[in-house]
Design a protein around this ligand. Structure first.
Ligand code: FE2
Length: 427
């Protein structure tokens, strides 16, 4: 007897009338039209069953702090960093933990069951590190949280930066972070990349650096990161986050850079909501979009994920933990409106992000964890268009969250009494 049988589901790859059999928290079988005895059966009614969403880039130590101690009046990156500097001395562990747990509740409700979060290691007290390690422990039964040691003030630029970062890793932080473009000079930035990759190599850890998050066409830290990855044999476990300067780089240089990133198997993360709001802020018109070159990176064979980055924090007052909103913005900013492009945007918040995270047991194949989301949509295109309701969220076979279908009641005589924004399809 199976624990759960989901039947009549559409899968992201387009297969319809699919059944997913669950036993002991794992997917036992995926087959068309399969019927078998099960303790619970769920008729998906032809809707999309997707592996859960993964956010590969977030800042959970700052989330839901909007308005503390004041709102970012200009909405710029620089005022956001200044505001974070004002907030940090006021942070209390319990309040930080409470906000992070509240965000994890939102995430689960949105089918987001794995989050890689950066945690600021600049403060010698490591208060935020301890707080997020506690959060990681508390949410482990329902959400995978991975922490990146992030020296927000610059690992070389801030006194004690290297020591603080190493102490965070000693405490159990999973990934080595960095912010080379925030060091005082380009040379210091490159030196920080080298140093941090060496720390990761010594400790056998992955790397995920904020890399070239500026509009400077000459920022070259992603090149250094790819070079160091190859020099130290870190292929496959290194990620460059943001890489917004690539938007402004010379095309000839980029034609040389992309194959290097691909060869080094360096992942790239774009953060569409944040990149489109923070970059190009000093431009008049035309204004640069700022997001890195997503379709070109993908075409070069680079694994690209989309991150949320911020939700209601000093840098960004919007957001709700909805990775479909992230994919929706990514699709617009990168002009990925082809059918293949839309599918790639969906992949960027599911499978690609899971690869960056290094999630085991991810996917909708036999043997994978039964961690999936039933969406009120019939395919990934519709899911992104509607930021579709998460009707059911399962983790390892256990139902974690349910949402009512989105619909509107109509009061128009002679018309149907409700609509769900999903036009009838003719076969
Ligand atoms: Fe970030």
């Amino acid at each position: 007897m199976l624990d759960l049988l989901v039947h009549n589901a559409t899968l992201p790859d387009g297969r319809t009338n699919m059944s997913v059999a669950v036993q002991g928290g794992r997917i036992a079988e995926v087959a068309e039209g399969l019927d078998a005895p099960a303790r619970e059966k769920l008729d998906a009614q032809g809707l999309l069953l997707s592996p859960h969403f993964v956010d590969p880039h977030f800042h959970m130590d700052a989330t839901l702090s909007y308005g503390l101690p004041r709102v970012n009046q200009s909405g710029t990156l620089l005022e956001g960093i200044a505001l974070w500097g004002e907030l940090k001395p006021l942070l209390k562990a319990e309040a930080l933990i409470e906000r992070a747990l509240a965000y994890c509740d939102w995430a689960v409700a949105k089918g987001l069951l794995a989050i890689r979060t950066h945690v600021d290691t600049s403060d010698a007290s490591l208060l935020a590190v301890d707080a997020l390690l506690e959060v990681k422990h508390r949410v482990a039964p329902y959400l995978d949280l991975q922490l990146v040691a992030f020296p927000q003030d610059g690992v070389l630029r801030s006194p004690g930066g290297v020591d603080n970062l190493k102490r965070a890793l000693d405490k159990g932080v999973d990934v080595v972070g960095g912010i080379p473009h925030f060091e005082r000079t380009m040379a210091d930035g490159a030196a920080s990349v080298k140093l941090l990759c060496e720390i990761a190599a010594e400790r056998g850890l992955p790397v995920d650096m904020h890399c070239d998050e500026s509009d400077d066409p000459l920022s070259r830290h992603i090149e250094t990161l790819a070079f160091e990855t190859q020099r130290l044999g870190l292929q496959g476990r290194v990620t460059g986050s943001h890489c917004t300067s690539m938007h402004s780089m010379d095309n000839y240089y980029v034609s040389k850079l992309l194959p290097l990133i691909a060869e080094a198997q360096v992942n790239v993360i774009a953060n569409p909501l944040i990149n489109i709001t923070l970059q190009g802020r000093h431009d008049t018109y035309p204004k640069r979009r700022g997001m890195t070159r997503v379709p070109e990176l993908m075409a070069a064979g680079v694994n690209v994920g989309f991150g949320h980055d911020c939700v209601m924090d000093p840098w960004y007052g919007m957001g709700s933990g909805d990775m479909l909103e992230v994919a929706h913005m990514g699709l617009h900013v990168a002009q990925m409106t082809s059918q293949a492009g839309i599918g790639q945007c969906f992949d960027a918040v599911t499978g690609n992000a899971a690869r960056i995270f290094g999630l085991e047991g991810y996917g909708l194949d036999a043997g994978c964890d039964a961690s999936f989301v039933l969406l009120q949509a019939r395919d990934p295109v519709e899911a992104i268009r509607l930021r579709a309701a998460r009707l059911k969220v399962f983790r390892k076979g256990e139902l974690l969250a349910e949402s009512a279908p989105a619909s509107a009641s109509l009061r128009l005589s002679g018309r149907p009494d409700s609509t769900d924004f999903m036009p009838a399809r003719k076969n």
